[in-house]
Design a binder for this molecule. Structure first.
Ligand SMILES: CC(C)(COP(=O)(O)OP(=O)(O)OC[C@H]1O[C@@H](n2cnc3c(N)ncnc32)[C@H](O)[C@@H]1OP(=O)(O)O)[C@@H](O)C(=O)NCCC(=O)NCCS
Length: 153
């Protein structure tokens, strides 16, 4: 099944699928009102890239990266895989695509912030070479704690 998986750049026609993915996992993300206009706007930013995972013609995951080439730093957010397709290495493939993109731009430091109760995502980052580097208390609007992970790339 993995052979039919491809990772590509976001296109405006993906916007509804991205909103669906975000909605399905919204408890894991910062509380924000995400709509089509917001997604289109961020996708057009010069310091942001969205990559999309497509399996058998269907959007099944995405990763967003915010990057600052002048200082060599970047942050992941969001990363999400459709519930039905988790634990099939799709998140890993999305991350690999992001790493390739960032290395080409000489980014050396990649972080990701994860809510402290999101054990699945923390395991994902730890198993993919990230280390815990910070713990931020009451970081979100709902006062949830957040763990920051870093990977030097
Ligand atoms: C985090 C997420 C993107 C991972 O995507 P995925 O396609 O399931 O990840 P992969 O299949 O590539 O998994 C890679 C590793 O992470 C681990 N992992 C992933 N999800 C896990 C979970 N829920 N619990 C425990 N381990 C998990 C797997 O053990 C796997 O490790 P291994 O291959 O070395 O055994 C996905 O679980 C998701 O969409 N979660 C909801 C959204 C979210 O929490 N995003 C992050 C917020 S910052």
């Amino acid at each position: 099944m993995q052979s039919d998986l491809s990772i590509r750049e976001f296109k405006p026609q993906d916007v509804r699928e991205i909103i669906k993915l975000h909605k399905e996992s919204e408890d894991f993300f910062e509380e924000m009102d995400i709509n089509e206009e917001f997604i289109i706007n961020i996708s057009q930013r010069r310091d942001f890239r969205f990559f999309i995972a497509v399996l058998n013609g269907r959007v099944v995951g995405c990763i967003g990266i915010l990057f600052y080439t002048h200082v060599g730093r970047a942050e992941i957010g969001p990363i999400a895989v459709d519930k039905k397709y988790r634990n099939m290495q799709i998140g890993t493939r999305l991350l690999e695509k992001a790493l390739e993109f960032l290395r080409d731009r000489k980014i050396h430091r990649l972080i990701s912030k994860v809510k402290a109760d999101n054990q699945g995502a923390m395991d994902f980052f730890l198993r993919r070479g990230f280390q815990k580097e910070g713990y931020f208390r009451e970081y979100t609007k709902k006062r949830e704690d957040v763990v920051q992970f870093v990977r030097f790339i």
